[in-house]
Design a protein around this ligand. Structure first.
Ligand code: F3S
Length: 756
């Protein structure tokens, strides 16, 4: 059995006491989100009411899920922790490293050949450390989690931003960086700023051409791509309970597109139906016993304004199908006339070249069956397909069942390509063009979640619009962006005027789900004998060596770079082509800070080597300092390290020998990542001191031997002319974090503690 019913029962068993105490402590009725959060406090029962959007709180998640791109470094780090097994149930899913091109059979074989080294590594580490492993082709992480692991009232983290999809089954599921996942795997707490709460009341009922996707497209329009930042979005109301569980998953999935910490729904009959149909009747039975704890207290939904920080109401009966895009998921347009006007005014290509259905967002049985009902009408009415169609089933279970029921065959009759059960075009793993950078302007419609430039096919001129699967199917068949299936006629091959009827489908397969091989490999009970082999000549994987402590003496350090302006994790550790080196710290370190702008010449990747006086690339110059045993510092501006939670942005400078990063202010996650890697992350006590740092300076830390919580540090900057400045530096290290620094990294410390 893939899921752990005893763990789930344990969560429910403690729920009543913990939630009742939390209600007392908070002093008012609780939302569902609060119930789940307070039931997962690391320290047990609540003793204080946390301030939303302000307090940092330690949590104990129930599960972890990792995808293949992010799992590599996460597991390499976990191997450093000296543990024999993961502390929390964990799964690894191979879905990102499979390129879509010719269809599932050919593409999967190709991926298994070009990425076999990575897949084998992930499989053997999983087997060794008690991690469930989902093979390439088994499915997309979030669909597999929804089908197998998500449970109402649970809390999980995952190393992918769309982990939030599991909110469709009533979880608080949050996307995190690999470093956070490693902490939890190693048995540590997971820290999160207690989120603000946004309530979305859904009244009315979806009907006709309108789908759950349109709800989140509407919410994105209302809240914009930043509107959910730092908040959990909790959906409720009659429109919510009337919707399928997988529809709720779609809505929660795209909560990532409004920046929300996560989204969730209260437990209801749709969830119970879904649990039972996915072979988890025992979870449904257990959930039924604590039903009232798996939704908000009644007062909350009766007067939501009193309990949420913001409330939005949407009447589903008035909602129509939307197309969001291009280039941003929050630009909503009603299908048909409004799209025609906007497309003409903005010069968006009207002809649609591709329709893509599936991904982790919209590949449920319901989604595929409703889209297929439109495809079937095209066949029945003799409507010729005007664009190309691609389907990415979310899991082998959905694919197998859809094939058994003839659904995939309907698409194939329209010459659709059925891609692997994997991310494919959703993450740019789509060999659509040989030279995407110079590919022509065009429009595509898809039922995925993200539509930023180049996201699907690498072509900056592709205008991608996001829609429900049924609208995607209709528009792809019509081949026009401004097609309105509710009013517009098409000409059949017989020359007759025909129209589509409303889509139909099944919430769940009438004959039940079925699968021959779901692609899951359970780990061995005792994996201690399992060998994890990483070739020393591999260019994609490299075992990690523990970092040596930097120590309490930093003298005669050099400046590697003074970064000017914005310096995000992308500037520090670029994505794109570097994705292939995610598991090889030495190789990926060749992108270290290459996107940061040098404050002295406004150029990127062009810094002075103080040993030679010459200019060179940041990683090259840093490697020369390292070879001579010279420590360096990096100086930065405000909000340094904002962006993703990618731990590579901290590991690379650490690996290359940077001792300290000193900035005006940090993005918090990056600051914590630096601490975890045993580095100094410091801020100027006086921001203007940033200007005192000169290109040829040498640095001495005068009182690092007195490093203590709340105590400023002093940096002596010795300028080329011999003059000196004393610069006061602040830090936010608490004692355990200073212990990480002294040990060389958080993982070194965990390992030491395990050994003792
Ligand atoms: Fe994969 Fe796209 Fe989802 S990349 S995990 S299918 S958002």
């Amino acid at each position: 059995m893939a899921f752990d019913i005893d763990m789930i029962k344990g969560v429910y068993a403690r729920m009543k006491e913990r939630v009742d105490i939390a209600r007392e402590v908070v002093g008012k009725p609780l939302t569902l989100s609060e119930k789940i959060l307070y039931n997962h406090l690391w320290d047990g029962n609540a003793t204080t009411a946390f301030e939303r959007g302000k307090d940092y709180v330690d949590f104990a998640p129930d599960r972890i899920a990792c995808q293949d791109a992010t799992a590599q470094m996460a597991l390499l780090q976990f191997m450093q922790a000296g543990k024999s097994k993961v502390a929390v149930p964990t799964t690894v899913h191979c879905d990102h490293l499979i390129q879509a091109k010719d269809g599932a059979a050919v593409d999967l074989k190709h991926a298994n050949s070009v990425s076999s080294e990575v897949f084998n590594f992930l499989e053997s580490v999983s087997n060794k450390y008690g991690i469930g492993f989902w093979k390439p082709g088994a499915g997309i992480i979030h669909q597999v989690v929804l089908e197998n692991y998500a449970f109402p009232g649970g809390m999980m983290i995952g190393t992918d931003s769309h982990t939030v999809n599991a909110g469709g089954l009533g979880m608080v599921a949050i996307g995190v960086g690999g470093a956070d996942a490693v902490d939890v795997m190693a048995g540590m707490a997971w820290e999160l700023k207690f989120p603000k709460l946004i309530g979305v009341k859904l009244t009315g009922k979806l009907s006709g051409w309108t789908a759950p996707k349109d709800v989140i497209l509407k919410v994105a329009e209302i809240l914009t791509v930043k509107g959910g930042t730092g908040a959990i979005v909790e959906y409720f109301g009659p429109g919510a309970t009337a919707m399928s569980c997988t529809g709720k998953g779609t809505i929660c999935n795209m909560g990532a597109e409004i920046g929300a910490t996560t989204s969730t729904f209260g437990y209801d009959e749709s969830m119970e139906r879904y649990l039972r149909s996915t072979d988890r009747a025992d979870v449904a039975d257990a959930a039924n016993k604590v039903k009232e704890y798996l939704t908000a207290d009644p007062e909350v939904y009766a007067s939501p304004e009193k309990y949420f920080d913001q409330v939005i109401e949407i009447n589903l009966s008035e909602l129509g199908p939307l197309l969001n895009g291009p280039f941003t998921p929050d630009l909503s347009t009603n299908v048909g006339k409004e799209m025609k006007e906007k497309a003409t005014a903005n010069d968006w290509p009207i002809a649609v070249e591709w329709g893509l259905i599936g991904s982790c967002t919209n590949s449920s049985y319901e989604d595929l069956s409703r889209a297929a009902s439109i495809a079937q009408q095209a066949l029945d009415k003799g409507i010729k397909m005007k664009s190309e169609l691609g389907i990415n089933p979310g899991s082998e279970q959905v694919r197998y069942t859809a094939e058994r029921d003839g659904i995939l065959q309907v698409f194939e009759k329209l010459h659709a390509k059925i891609f692997t059960n994997a991310c494919g075009p959703c993450i740019g793993q789509w060999a659509r063009y040989s030279d995407p950078k110079n590919a022509p302007k065009n429009s595509i419609v898809h039922s995925f979640n993200r539509n930023f430039a180049k996201r699907a096919d690498g072509n900056p001129n592709t205008h991608a619009f996001v829609a429900s699967p049924e609208i995607t199917a209709a528009i792809a068949i019509a081949g026009r962006l401004d097609f309105n299936p509710m009013t517009d006629k098409l000409i059949s091959e017989n020359g007759e005027e025909v129209m589509f009827e409303e889509p139909t489908g099944w919430e769940l397969p009438p004959k039940g789900f079925e699968v021959k091989d779901n692609g899951y490999l359970a780990p061995e009970e005792d994996g201690s004998h399992v060998q994890v082999n990483v070739s020393p000549t591999s260019e994609r994987l490299q075992l990690l060596e523990p970092f040596e402590p930097i120590g309490n003496t930093i003298k005669d350090a050099k400046l590697l770079i003074k970064a000017f302006g914005k310096c995000t994790t992308d500037h520090i550790s670029m994505a794109g082509p570097w994705l292939r080196f995610r598991g090889h710290l030495d190789n990926i370190s060749n992108n270290c800070l290459i996107g940061a702008v040098n404050a002295y010449n406004q150029k990127t990747n062009f810094v002075k080597n103080q040993l030679t006086g010459e200019y060179g690339g940041v990683p090259d110059v840093q490697r020369q300092y390292k070879a001579k045993g010279i420590k360096t510092i990096v100086v930065g501006d405000h909000n340094y390290g904002e962006g993703s939670s990618r731990e590579h942005a901290a590991m690379e400078p650490r690996f290359l020998g940077v001792a300290a990063v000193i900035v005006k202010s940090f993005a918090r996650i990056h600051e914590t990542n630096l601490k975890k890697q045993g580095m100094l992350g410091l801020t100027f006590a006086n921001e203007a001191d940033y200007d005192l740092i000169q290109e040829d300076d040498t640095f001495n830390f005068l009182d690092l031997n007195e490093f203590a919580p709340g105590k400023q540090l002093t940096l002596e900057a010795v300028h080329a002319d011999g003059s000196k400045d004393l610069i006061k530096l602040n830090h936010t290290y608490n004692q355990p974090q200073i212990d990480w620094y002294n040990a060389g990294s958080a993982l070194n410390l965990i390992k030491r503690q395990n050994a003792s």
